[in-house]
Design a protein around this ligand. Structure first.
Ligand code: SF4
Length: 373
């Protein structure tokens, strides 16, 4: 389809190779820089490739977020969620309250709860274990998607346990999968500017590979549009692609466009005010072409993009619209307009208006139920 456009033969050659699942780091960077007709061809090629790989279904999940504390000893410059222990608005949910919210989520139709929190000084791996056991005891069938690689790394250190023992203990207690958050941009020069206290690139990779090797699948993410260059975005995608080749443990890729408004790095003039729409579209399209059939699920975040633009991004190679999100605090704190629960019908409407088929899924994309019109 894209071949009918009048595009530079060189770019056409890259796209032809890309939809055969064969695109190099250097070629991906060239695609990230396209404008005009070449940009349109890129979006079309990613959409054609999406159709070949996963068809016309757009999935979403009924889920609920539980952010158990916003008290954090971290210092990420892009974070507007964290609070100090005595700051106004600081909170720390007790286990009973976490279980109560999980039960409410389950009764409201959620099949997954995503549990994450700040790096509270009193939290350790044993506390995470307690959360998991308490929730599973009350609601054994709910899928617990919990704890970022940073939280796992922090919890293990706090408990003086090895990464492997921590992961095994948490799996045993009911950890079904993990969010691949805290990835931001996996380049240590960028990390030293935006999140100097966070785990380094190789440490993030270690947690993720350890999780995969111990039977805990994870998502993978990228937070982009702050201080990084296009090269860093491609480097990040390439690194994720290599992990996936090795372990096959990623279930989906979730690009997260930077929400700048209330964040320290924007307020101090260090970061850009986020991406433009074409940058987002190119990121989605290039990731579809780079991952090929290694990782088939690419998610659009309606929380970050808003419903209207999220719908447009579904035409750039994406096949998932994320979750209904019973409770969402993190993006909201950073200034996102969207982010507290949307009913399934709203997501279905967006998907149907695009001429695609809505389907409800579980966390691991094993149970996918298409919905009739
Ligand atoms: S992003 Fe997470 S680790 Fe970093 S400051 Fe915010 S809550 Fe803490």
């Amino acid at each position: 389809m894209y071949n009918s456009l009048d595009i530079k033969p060189h770019i056409e050659g890259i796209l032809d190779r890309a939809i055969k699942g064969n695109i190099s780091h250097k070629e991906a960077l060239e695609l990230m820089q396209t404008t005009g007709t070449e940009f349109k061809a890129l979006i079309l090629a990613a959409d054609v490739f999406r159709e070949e790989l996963v068809g016309d279904q757009i999935t979403y999940i009924q889920n609920w977020n539980i952010n158990f504390t916003n008290i954090c000893t971290g210092n990420c410059g892009f974070c507007a969620f964290r609070k100090g222990q005595i700051d106004e608005g600081a909170y720390f949910l007790n286990i009973e309250e976490i279980v109560r919210r999980a039960r409410k989520a389950w009764e409201d139709g959620a099949v997954e709860i995503c549990i994450q929190g700040g790096l509270h000084p009193d939290v350790d791996a044993v506390f995470y274990e307690k959360i998991l056991k308490s929730v599973k005891e009350e609601i054994p069938d709910i899928h617990i998607h919990a704890f970022s690689p940073m939280e796992i790394y922090y919890g293990a250190k706090q408990s003086k346990m090895s990464l492997k023992d921590t992961l095994m203990m948490l799996k045993e207690a009911g950890l079904d999968s993990m969010p691949g958050t805290a990835a931001e941009i996996l380049n240590d020069d960028v990390r030293s500017i935006i999140c100097p206290g966070k785990l380094k690139t190789q440490e993030w990779v270690n947690v993720i590979e350890n999780a995969h090797q111990n039977g805990i699948p994870t998502t993978c993410t990228m937070m982009y549009g702050h201080v990084e260059k296009l090269e860093h975005r491609v480097e990040h995608l390439d690194l994720l692609r290599n992990i996936q080749k090795k372990t096959g443990g990623f279930t989906e890729f979730v690009p997260l466009t930077f929400m700048h408004q209330n964040t320290p790095i924007y307020q101090q003039g260090i970061s850009s005010p986020g991406t433009t729409g074409t940058e987002d579209l190119k990121l989605y399209a290039v990731s579809r072409l780079m991952f090929g059939d290694l990782l088939k699920n690419i998610q659009v975040s309606w929380v970050k993009l808003g419903f209207k633009f999220a719908q447009i991004c579904l035409t750039a190679g994406c096949n998932d619209l994320g979750g209904t999100l019973g409770e969402e605090n993190i993006s909201k704190s950073a200034g996102a307009q969207h982010g507290v629960y949307t009913p399934p019908d709203n997501l279905q409407r967006i998907i149907r208006d695009l001429g695609r088929v809505p389907a409800e899924r579980d966390t691991l994309y094993r149970d996918i139920r298409p919905l009739k019109a």
